[in-house]
Every structure is written in structure tokens, then in C-alpha cells.
Ligand binder design. Structure first.
Ligand code: KG4
Ligand code: ZN
Length: 338
């Protein structure tokens, strides 16, 4: 008999629930919150209210889609942090009550570890090749940019990270400057496909394996300010090329340090994770390492790049096998590492 686990993710603005049989995904339901669109960013108070409204329908749908009765569940896994505290409280409280009601174990999961462990998710009809330990994972999302040295499922070390903006923020802030909707990453990606990276912007000079993106954003802003003085329609007329140029700049910065890390640690297993790993240019660049460096590369399926409960479920399964359970006193945390 497989181990059936229900997982809940509510760390930011997506309410998600998944049902797994061991590492196999039976359902993965995500409710995006549209309420933030008008504000150009996530409004924490609105996010927790929307989670409260979404959580029961999302969990019901996850169980229905998986065709699993709640009595068949053997554990409930939930995102404990890091994230928005009010959002995390909704998922945490629900998970605790559900586990208590069913008298099954509770499993707490670190959101950033889960993004990395998304590579171990299996689909019903396709056996995927998973990374071998140790591997390097570039986790790039709206809140994080990290090069993670993954020695084992829960033995991870951040060997490089951003000292200011995250890569996703660099995408979203540039998109905002261009007048694109929030979150802008997917819009930049879409426009970039029809453009050419003809413009160049300042490259950060950060030592070691760390990243910086705030200078790039400023350079972009000043470049546009100067161009707009000459031609008020500069953005409209060059939208696709601007998106392609900004996307290439961000990817070049990401790839440069990732390659340095691979050489430094002599690791040939390379993975990417997090919302920005949905970016088509970044996926292409990572896939290119297969040819250019003969690395083994791992790219998550689209549905496991942005926030989702499937990654919480697969991480929960490993902890279930370890008997690593959480108590009812477990509280969420907003900040923290991997
Ligand atoms: O992992 P995620 O869903 O949430 C966080 O934990 O932050 O990542 C969201 C980020 C946003 O900044 C969004 O713009 C970015 O991922 N993103 C993309 C793409 N799809 C999502 N950035 C670039 N290209 C994309 N296709
Ligand atoms: Zn995330």
C-alpha cells in the first residue's frame, strides 16, 4: 500500500493542496489570488483573507481529483515557512486541525527546501530521472535567489545568494517600469520571444558566489529615462527588444555564478527551481550546459516551478519515512534560511 499524504502550501499568494501516493502526484490544485493585481504586488492582509476563503474548496478539490477519501490519508504536510506570516497561519492552522481530527501525523516543511525537492516528484504515467546527490540547485523566485548545495534531502547549504533584490523581483520591477502587469516575469518572457537582446545594462560586480540585481534595475531605469527624453514612444516601439535585453541580462548574471559554483564544488549535477525557473530563456540556458559542459541538468515541469503543494507533499513523504513529525505546538516562521 502506498503512503497517502495531503500537503498544503499557503506561504505567499497561492493557496495550494496536493495529494500524493508516495512520490507520485495524484492531484495538485493551485488557486491564484487575483486580488493583488491592482496593487502591483502582494498585499499580505488580502493574501491571508483569500487563503481563508480558498483553503476548504482547494483541499476538497485535491481530494476529489485524487479520488482519495480523507480517511485514507496517513499524514498531513504543510509549509511552515519562510513566507508571509498571516498566510502561513491559515495553512498551518488548517493542517493542525485536520491532522488532529483524523489522528494522523503532522509534517512541517521548509518552503525553500521544498522548491529544491520538487525534482523528486513523479507523475503517474512517466518515470522521471531525478538528480543524484550531491547536486547544485539554483533556486530563483520572487523572494529568493540562491545557489544551494544539496548533499541529501534535508542536508542543504546556501553557497551563494542575492545581497539585495531576488531574480524574480528584477523581472517584476523591470516589467513595472515598462508598464506591464504584475507579476511581470511571465510577460517579459512572452515579449522576449519576439525580440532581440540589442540593449546592454550595467553588470554587477559582487565577489564570490553572491548575486546583486539592484544595480541592473537602476541602470535600466536611467537608460529608459535618457531614451524617453529623445523619443516619448521609445518603450512602446522597443518593447520586445527591451524585454529580450533585460531577460538576457538577468540570465547571464544567474548563469555566471552558477557555473562558478559548479566548477568550485566540482559538481556536474545541476538543477533549477522556483518561479523564475519557468522562464524559457533560463531553461534554454540550463539545458545548454548539457552540450557545452556535459553536465546532467534537471528542469522542473512548469506546474512545479511556481508555488505549489506538490513540492510540499514530496518533501513530506521523505520526512514521513524518517518518522520526522511535528507537534501541535508547531508555529510558522516568516524568515529563515534553508
Ligand atoms: O516561486 P514563486 O511562485 O513565488 C515565490 O516564492 O516568490 O515565484 C514567483 C516569481 C515572480 O517574481 C514571477 O514574476 C516569476 O516567479 N516568474 C517568472 C516567470 N514565471 C514566473 N519570471 C520570469 N519568467 C517567467 N516565465
Ligand atoms: Zn516559492
Amino acid at each position: 500500500m502506498p503512503v497517502y499524504i495531503l500537503a498544503i502550501e499557503s506561504s505567499c499568494d497561492d493557496t495550494s493542496a496536493a495529494v500524493f501516493a508516495d512520490t507520485t502526484m495524484l492531484s495538485n490544485i493551485v488557486a491564484n489570488q487575483q486580488v493583488h493585481k491592482d496593487f502591483g504586488g502582494v498585499v499580505p492582509e488580502l493574501a491571508s483573507r483569500a487563503h481563508q476563503q480558498n483553503i476548504i474548496p482547494v483541499i476538497s478539490k485535491a481530494l476529489d481529483t485524487a479520488k482519495i477519501d480523507k480517511k485514507m490519508l496517513q499524514a498531513v504536510a504543510f509549509t511552515r515557512g519562510p513566507g508571509l506570516l498571516g498566510s502561513l497561519l491559515v495553512g498551518t492552522s488548517f493542517a493542525k486541525a485536520f491532522a488532529l481530527g483524523l489522528n494522523i501525523p503532522l509534517i512541517e516543511i521548509n518552503h525553500l527546501q521544498a522548491h529544491v525537492l520538487a525534482h523528486f516528484i513523479q507523475d503517474k504515467d512517466e518515470q522521471r530521472v531525478v538528480p543524484q546527490f550531491p547536486f547544485l540547485c539554483l533556486t530563483v523566485s520572487g523572494g529568493h535567489t540562491q545557489i544551494v548545495l544539496v548533499r541529501d534531502y534535508f542536508d542543504m547549504e546556501i553557497v551563494g545568494q542575492t545581497i539585495d533584490d531576488a531574480a524574480g523581483e528584477a523581472f517584476d520591477k523591470s516589467a513595472k517600469i515598462l508598464g506591464l502587469p504584475y507579476p511581470g516575469g511571465p510577460y517579459i518572457d512572452k515579449n522576449a520571444k519576439a525580440g532581440k537582446p540589442v540593449f546592454t545594462f550595467a553588470k554587477p560586480l559582487v565577489p564570490g558566489l553572491n548575486y546583486s540585481f539592484s544595480g541592473l534595475k537602476t541602470s535600466f531605469l536611467y537608460f529608459l529615462r535618457d531614451q524617453l527624453k529623445e523619443n516619448q514612444l521609445f518603450i512602446e516601439e522597443n518593447m520586445n527588444d527591451l524585454c529580450a535585453s533585460m531577460q538576457k541580462s538577468i540570465i547571464d548574471i544567474l548563469m555566471d555564478k552558477l557555473l562558478k559554483a559548479a566548477k568550485h564544488y566540482n559538481i556536474r549535477e545541476i538543477a533549477i527551481a522556483g518561479g523564475v525557473s519557468a522562464n524559457s530563456g533560463l531553461r534554454e540556458a540550463i539545458l545548454g550546459l548539457k552540450e557545452s559542459h556535459h553536465y546532467n541538468v534537471y528542469i522542473p515541469q512548469f506546474q512545479y516551478t511556481t508555488d505549489n503543494a506538490a513540492m510540499i507533499a514530496v518533501a513530506g513523504y521523505v520526512k514521513y519515512l524518517q518518522g520526522n513529525f511535528a507537534g501541535q505546538e508547531m508555529a510558522p516562521y516568516s524568515r529563515g534560511g534553508i
